[in-house]
Design a protein around this ligand. Structure first.
Ligand SMILES: [Zn+2]
Length: 273
């Protein structure tokens, strides 16, 4: 961790500085969320956590140091029941993760924090964190809660990744493998599986016509139903230059959104109830 990012770690502040920081108008905390779950035979269990943490640091390095924004240590255990049958996956229950987020969030609201942003890299807990955010927003009316998913809405990705892989490469495929090669090549194994193609008739499992794994008519899938290797997608063409391009695309996107947030007066003030 470089000096500039350790100066952004909220838990590196003293309690007096933390009190001061939280009370600044527009004070914002980024809370990275990952998981400890299988990512095929070639990527580490901590893949999502490493993405959330490293990219949060990179994004923060783009924000002027005068702006009141810090990060929390990442939440490295998440909600991953879909990968439970693969060794090494350690999942919290939905109720435990929800309770954890609520307890931490309420304490941050109590010290006057203006905004709490979940920077989540695990697709399996998007809905849960959105529910937690809505509930927190109700209980801490002066604190904005922004439940973001790292890979959502990043328009640059469609120029980098084939549309089939964007739609069907749900896990440890081209995008995640390439990004990990760019961020931590020492953690990437030799295998490059192509697995879990749920669109073809000879695949392990195919949703009924009109139904999809994610999106408009989703099924709550389990990885073991779709894939032997744990990969859902095609990692065969993963490479460093694509990984770097994905890294820049994600960082540019989130730095731009964070700047807009920091320059705004969000959240709107709620009248006395
Ligand atoms: Zn992942």
């Amino acid at each position: 961790m470089t000096n500039s990012c350790s100066s952004r770690r909220f838990d590196y502040l003293s309690w007096t500085k933390a009190a001061e920081a939280a009370s600044i108008e527009g004070s914002t905390l980024i809370w990275p969320f990952g998981a400890c779950e299988q990512h095929g035979p070639h990527l580490p269990l901590a893949t999502d956590n490493l993405f959330a943490e490293r990219l949060a640091i990179e994004v923060l390095e783009r924000i002027p140091t005068s702006m009141p924004i810090w990060m929390l240590p990442s939440q490295s255990l998440g909600f991953s029941p879909e990968h439970a049958s693969f060794s090494g996956t350690i999942s919290l229950s939905a109720s435990l993760l929800l309770q954890l987020v609520m307890e931490v969030g309420k304490q941050l609201g109590d010290i006057g924090l203006s905004r709490l942003l979940f920077f989540n890299a695990h697709g399996g807990q998007i809905g849960l964190l959105q529910a937690a955010a809505r509930q927190l927003r109700l209980e801490c009316p002066s604190m904005a809660v922004l439940p973001c998913f790292l890979w959502s809405g990043v328009s640059g990705l469609k120029n980098l990744i084939p549309v089939d892989e964007i739609e069907r490469g749900l896990h440890a495929g081209l995008a995640e493998t390439s990004l990990m090669i760019a961020l931590a090549p020492e953690l990437v194994g030799e295998e490059r599986p192509r697995d879990g193609d749920h669109s073809s008739s000879d695949s392990k499992a195919t949703p009924p016509p009109g139904w999809t794994l994610e999106g408009v008519a989703p099924c709550a899938w389990l990885t073991e139903e779709l894939s032997n290797s744990g990969v859902i997608g095609d990692s065969s063409e993963a490479n460093l230059s694509l990984g770097k391009a994905i890294q820049h695309s994600l960082t540019d996107h989130w730095a731009q959104l964070l700047m807009a947030l920091m320059e705004s007066n969000w959240p709107p003030t709620i009248g006395t109830r």
